[in-house]
Design a protein around this ligand. Structure first.
Ligand code: ADP
Ligand code: ZN
Ligand code: ZN
Length: 744
């Protein structure tokens, strides 16, 4: 064996023309440390500035005259003696190829880098009661219906000690509640220095729920097929509350028993704290969490713990997918249909496809779970590419809510212009009279959609973006894209008419209208505007959970996660497809949303009801969502995708271009289309655009998009590669931002 004296290294500089390796010498002292995938410091360029680099390959033979090869300075990641980075490098190479990016961009996504460490101060809550006192107190809180206190005490009963942030954050406990419990001598609030440990670690209580027959059948079948190379991926299609999470935990047990590790991806930690807590209770200190509030250093530490074998389970959003476990056994993707699984930065990787690739490279299993699987996943499951398992009943036998479709066209015809249709209004009355809670969902924020002139039709637009300004009730007009604001004009700036009026309604206006109809009801609102401050989400959700309000009105964010046992009514104020206009997934997103919203109702003992207000009650998406019939929805939707040639029936590459110079952008995109036509033999009908994006300008930057469709990923990837080369070689693209978005 020849000794590895040299390393081929990718230099960490964002520069398309540097998308290649440079050779460095490995000094004697670093020979045992430098491996494929190591992050190192190296001198680079004329001044020999010290720069970061990623080791791609070790070699014994120099490419250039050895005396000209410089030395590696130091290794900044990876512990000697562990491996695994090489497979992550292979994964990065695949992502680069599949999604279009430079190797550096792909590596930065996959391999985190060590940061300087600063210990921080953290507050923590410690339980002061013994077991018996705890039980008494629990009974007391339960009797008094003090839910927040009960929730915190129950968590403390299991954990004994909790980080303050976790209590006020994921557990939704208000500071006042914590203080009150401290005064009662239930707990102590202490400040401790912590060494970047994002979550408190203490023993697991390993609470286990015996699986029911359906759950066991699925677990057994997946176990039986563990060594079957034909079954890498399993899709569990199970309605909300059908017990998917219990299945995940059982499978993780299997993996841990084999001496392997598990990654669990969830869409958004802030909205799924209850799920996270369940994993905690089961796996205790063998689990770690990554969430978006962690600093790069904290994230690196968590990866380091994984690499060192200190933990078995990593739970987090899509970036947790790159946890460098020594022997990865399983990747679970909960709510696999969620759009957050697709990265918005280059490379715009999809966590589902990337997880499957990683599992193939490391001989691990992938479990996808959803109540409303993505068309992609479900069609592959039907094709036999993934194993398909179905759960049709809620695990606790609480029934699914009853759904009612309310035709808003009729309301309008009868002169009712309120956002509350007759049916929803009646249901709200009854719900409030019973002392229960309701959630109203609307997909728009702000006071009203936009302001327009009744005389000339002029719409007030943002001067920097191609969007209308939204009217807020402080009398100001706001751009939701760049933050530009101006005073609401008294007259139309174009024709001088005084008749300016708001169109469409936002959450703020909805709140006012509901307040007018139900003056006695306590109403909370949750949208981008009310959750801007740091713990905004948690505060509102905890107030609602504590029954400080009867009605919660909000945008999409209220339909996810939280269990509110007293919510028996969910109203979807406008369930129409136009909510997601301009996307071939409009129906899919609408179906998912209605299903998710419906899943919020009747989680406790009482039966729930869902009122879906729509102007399009006959649309298959509304019909099937109301009937909670995923299979029928899928049949309709997949035939639409086939006819229209959209994924998953065909593969589609979107090329997004941005530039401050509109004309230059137009030319640059046009050249891409022409090149695509030349290299694509079957271009007829498969190249669409370039056209302005639905929002054609944001903050003075113009935006255009070109779509290319193909039958296979191979075909499309080949075209993408040629376009990438062309863009790299032509100076005309220096001032143009190009992003590839691959949908398969
Ligand atoms: P999903 O992940 O599909 O939404 P969960 O696993 O969260 O479903 O289960 C929903 C609820 O049912 C949870 O409160 C869970 O504790 C409970 N549950 C799940 N499986 C069982 C079971 N076999 N027996 C009793 N309760 C169960
Ligand atoms: Zn006018
Ligand atoms: Zn703007």
């Amino acid at each position: 064996m020849t000794e590895s004296l040299f390393a081929d290294i990718i230099v960490d500089i964002s520069h398309e023309r540097l998308d290649r390796t440079f050779q460095y010498r490995i000094p004697e002292a670093l020979r045992t440390e430098v491996r494929q995938g190591s992050v190192v410091r190296i001198p680079f360029g004329k001044g020999g500035r010290i720069t970061k680099g990623y080791v791609m390959k070790l070699t014994g033979t120099p490419e250039i005259e050895p005396s000209r090869i410089k030395d590696i300075c130091e290794v900044v990641s990876g512990d000697a003696g562990t491996s695994g980075e090489d497979r992550l490098v292979a994964l990065a190479a695949w992502m680069r190829e599949r999604y279009g990016s430079t190797m550096v961009q792909a590596l930065r996504t996959v391999i985190p880098v060590k940061q300087k460490i600063k210990p921080r101060q953290k507050k923590s809550l410690r339980l002061l009661l013994d077991e018996e006192q705890t039980q008494e107190k629990i009974a007391f809180y339960r009797q008094k219906n003090q839910r927040a206190r009960l929730r915190l005490l129950e968590a403390l009963e299991v954990e004994q000690e909790l980080p303050y942030e976790l209590a006020t954050g994921r557990l939704n406990i208000s500071a006042a509640t914590v203080k009150a419990m401290e005064e009662q001598g239930v707990l102590a609030c202490e400040t401790v220095a912590v060494y970047r440990n994002p979550v408190h670690q203490s023993g697991a209580s390993n609470i286990r729920i015996p699986l029911n027959e359906e759950q066991s059948r699925i677990v057994e079948d997946i176990r039986r097929n563990w060594d079957n190379p034909q079954q890498t991926v399993s899709l569990i299609h199970g309605i909300t509350g059908s017990g998917k999470t219990e299945i995940y935990m059982e499978l993780i047990d299997t993996v841990i028993a084999r001496g392997q590790q598990a990654i669990v991806l969830i869409p958004e930690i802030a909205l799924t704290y209850q799920t996270v807590m369940r994993f905690y209770r089961r796996f205790g200190e063998r689990i770690s969490i990554i969430h978006s509030r962690l600093s790069a250093g904290e994230r690196y530490d968590q990866f380091q713990r994984a690499r060192a074998g200190d933990i078995d389970v990593m739970i987090g959003p899509r970036s947790a997918l790159f946890t460098p476990f020594p022997d990865l056994g399983i990747i679970i993707i909960d709510e696999e249909h969620e759009p957050t699984y697709q990265s918005e930065q280059t490379p715009r990787y999809h966590a589902r496809e990337t997880a499957i690739k990683r599992a193939e490279l490391e001989h691990a299993k992938v479990i996808l779970g959803s109540a409303t699987p993505s068309l992609e996943a479900y069609s592959r499951a039907l094709d036999g590419e993934y194993a398909l398992y179905t759960l049709k009943k809620r695990a606790k036998n609480s029934s699914l809510p009853e759904t009612v479709v309310a035709d808003m066209r009729r309301e309008l015809a009868e002169g009712n212009r309120s956002i509350l249709g007759r049916t929803l209004k009646k249901e709200l009355e009854q719900c409030l009279a019973r002392g229960q809670q309701a959630m109203l969902f609307l997909n728009r924020r702000g006071y009203s959609g936009f302001l327009s002139c009744r005389a000339c039709g002029h719409v007030l637009m943002c001067p920097h973006c191609d969007v209308s300004l939204s009217l807020h009730n402080n009398g100001r007009m706001v751009c939701h894209y760049c933050g530009y604001t101006e005073r609401r004009p008294a007259r139309c700036p174009k024709c001088g008419s005084e008749f300016l009026s708001g169109f469409g309604i936002g959450t703020q206006q909805a709140q006012e209208m509901v307040a007018r109809e139900f003056p006695q009801a306590r109403i909370l609102r949750m949208d981008m505007d009310t959750t801007r401050e740091k713990d905004g989400h948690e505060k509102i959700l905890s107030a609602f959970a504590n029954r400080e309000a009867d009605i919660l009105i909000g945008t999409q964010m209220i339909v996810k996660g939280h269990d509110f046992p007293d919510v028996t009514l969910v109203g979807i104020l406008a369930a129409d497809l136009s909510l997601f206009a301009d996307d071939y997934r409009a129906s899919e997103r609408t179906f998912q949303l209605i299903t998710q919203a419906a899943g919020r109702a009747g989680r406790g003992k009482e039966l729930g009801k869902v009122v879906i207000q729509t102007y399009d009650p006959e649309h298959y998406c509304i019909r099937t969502a109301a009937a909670q019939d995923y299979e029928s929805f899928y049949e309709e939707e997949i035939s639409y995708r086939m006819v229209a040639g959209y994924p998953p029936a065909r593969k589609m590459l979107s090329i997004h271009g941005t530039c401050r110079d509109e004309q230059h952008l137009g030319v640059a995109m046009e050249y891409l289309r022409r090149l695509a036509e030349r290299i694509y033999k079957n271009s007829e009908g498969n190249i669409i655009g370039p056209a302005p994006e639905s929002i054609a300008k944001i903050q003075e930057v113009y935006r255009r998009v070109l779509y290319i469709k193909a039958g296979t990923m191979e075909e499309l990837t080949a075209i993408k590669d040629r376009l990438e080369q062309y863009i790299e070689a032509n100076d005309g693209y220096r001032s143009v931002g190009i992003q590839f978005d691959m949908n398969e």
